[in-house]
Design a protein around this ligand. Structure first.
Ligand code: HSE
Length: 466
């Protein structure tokens, strides 16, 4: 829980001041009366960035936005505002949320439990909320949007998916005339950095991860990133908004990047592909039982070198969307970091403040409607082409065995490549299949495992487009 307040006094950022001044009681109350009041809950990386952006006169223009106070877990740890810290008001989040002069609550504390309590309390108190918390929106979004509708306030979350890249507003507003058919994204900077360095600098997974950590692109514990959980949270939000159907993160079939080796990346390059962790949400053909289904996956995939996502490297993110009217569009940029994410959060704050200041209905434009639960296609029925790398004995008929194992499962091969023989007389063989279902591929792999000459299945990757 957050600490009780240290001091409490109105604080006005420099939209109406040329520099950060002490919130001396003789000036603050007057200067804050006509402005839209913001409570900033959390002052970590994103919160600090929001503070900095709101403190820039040229960013705010003359929009009357004032930070009424900041709630932090431990005021003694506040670093970012070192020069100005004495001017801010550090307060208990509940006290700040309920101030009469606060209209917008900005949740930048992260995590789920405390953030949920804070956002729920704000919505119940009829405050507009801005957050960049993907885990919170992915997990509790449905309930929180319902609360926002009930209390006639906005809940905006542009920063929750792909950091600084504008995608929620474009999806909701600019692409409103479209039926969205597919969304494919590179939604995690850590894994994209690792895969790029493996491909371009020949680093191993471990070396690339260490480098990402030393450059600040990867967390000390990168599990959520490398296992695809972070991207699955983001994909569930994107899919919910894009298809207007509620998608829980658990519905996303996910596979991380830890089994991708430098050899697979090299093989992919030989075939004119690159390996990326792709988050894919796609409408699939209607069937009698499921008139409209979504397939949802986060997994490393072979991406054709000609696809725009193949050119998104290092820590950059991108979201590619196919709409029935617009065709294909792609948004790319920095998906994390202090100022990129704060750029999105601050834009949400300003969007609400602009409407409040102009006397417009602040929920008219970005109201999230109630959504039906998405029908998710069982992963076994999802279809792709596949890349498979196996280690086999170097003896007659091995390629024939592989062909039979696949053929018996209805899997047709598009190409087969063998690259040299290792000193222990094993061969590394790579297969590329035609488009088959996940269930067929699984059966083909089982058939391979049952054959004594096929020693190991090293790597299986789907191929984009699916
Ligand atoms: N850890 C994420 C990434 C950023 O590597 O992209 C926060 O969502």
């Amino acid at each position: 829980m957050m600490q009780p307040h240290v001091s409490e006094s109105a604080f006005e950022p420099p939209c109406q001041q040329t520099s950060l001044k002490s919130s001396d009681s003789s000036e603050s109350p007057d200067s804050s009366i006509s402005s839209v009041g913001v409570a900033l809950i959390g002052l970590g990386t994103v919160g600090s960035g929001v503070y900095k952006l709101l403190a820039q006169e040229n960013v705010q223009g003359h929009l009357p936005v004032g930070i009424r106070g900041i709630a932090v877990r431990n005021p003694n740890k506040v670093r970012v505002l070192e020069r100005n810290v004495e001017h801010a008001s550090f307060s208990d989040p509940q006290a700040l949320i309920h101030r009469d002069d606060v209209q917008i609550v900005v949740e930048t504390m992260g995590g789920i439990t405390d953030a949920y309590d804070c956002v729920k309390a704000a919505l119940l108190a009829k405050k507009h909320v801005v957050t960049a918390n993907k885990a919170l929106i992915a997990t509790h979004g449905s309930e929180l949007f319902e609360l926002a509708r009930k209390h006639q306030v906005r809940l905006l979350f542009e920063g929750a998916v792909a950091g600084g890249i504008p995608v929620m507003m474009p999806l909701k507003l600019s692409l409103a005339a479209n039926r969205i058919e597919a969304i494919a994204g590179i939604l995690n900077g850590t894994t994209n950095y690792i895969l790029t360095q493996m491909a371009t600098a020949g680093l191993s997974f471990e070396e690339a991860l260490e480098q990402a950590q030393s450059l600040g692109f990867a967390e000390a514990d990168p599990t959520s990133d490398v296992e695809g959980e972070d991207a699955a949270f983001k994909l569930s939000i994107l899919a919910s908004m894009g298809f207007q159907q509620h998608v829980m993160p658990q519905a996303v079939h996910r596979h991380g990047i830890t089994t991708v080796s430098a050899l697979d990346i090299e093989n992919a390059q030989t075939l004119d592909y690159t390996v990326k962790l792709i988050a894919l949400a796609q409408k699939v053909e209607a069937s009698e039982t499921h008139p409209e289904c979504l397939t949802l996956r986060v997994q490393p995939m072979l991406v054709p070198a000609s696809h725009p996502l193949a050119r998104i490297d290092n820590e950059y993110n991108a979201v590619w969307i196919r709409g029935h009217a617009v065709g294909d569009v792609m948004f790319s940029g920095k998906g994390a970091g202090e100022l990129p994410t704060a750029s999105a959060v601050t834009a949400d704050i300003l969007a609400i403040a602009r409407d409040l200041a102009a006397g417009n209905d602040p929920i008219a434009g970005m109201k999230i409607p109630a959504m039906p639960e998405a029908v998710i296609q069982p992963i076994e029925q999802s279809a792709s082409r596949y890349y498979v790398r196996v280690t086999t004995l170097d003896q007659p008929s091995v390629i024939g065995h592989l062909g039979l194992a696949c053929g018996a499962a209805g899997v047709s091969l598009e190409s087969v490549m063998q690259r040299g023989i290792s000193p222990n007389a094993t061969a590394s063989i790579m297969l590329l299949t035609h488009r088959v279902t996940h269930a067929q591929m699984k059966q083909a792999l089982e058939n391979m495992r049952a054959n004594g000459s096929i020693q190991q299945i090293d790597c299986v990757l789907a191929v984009l487009p699916c």
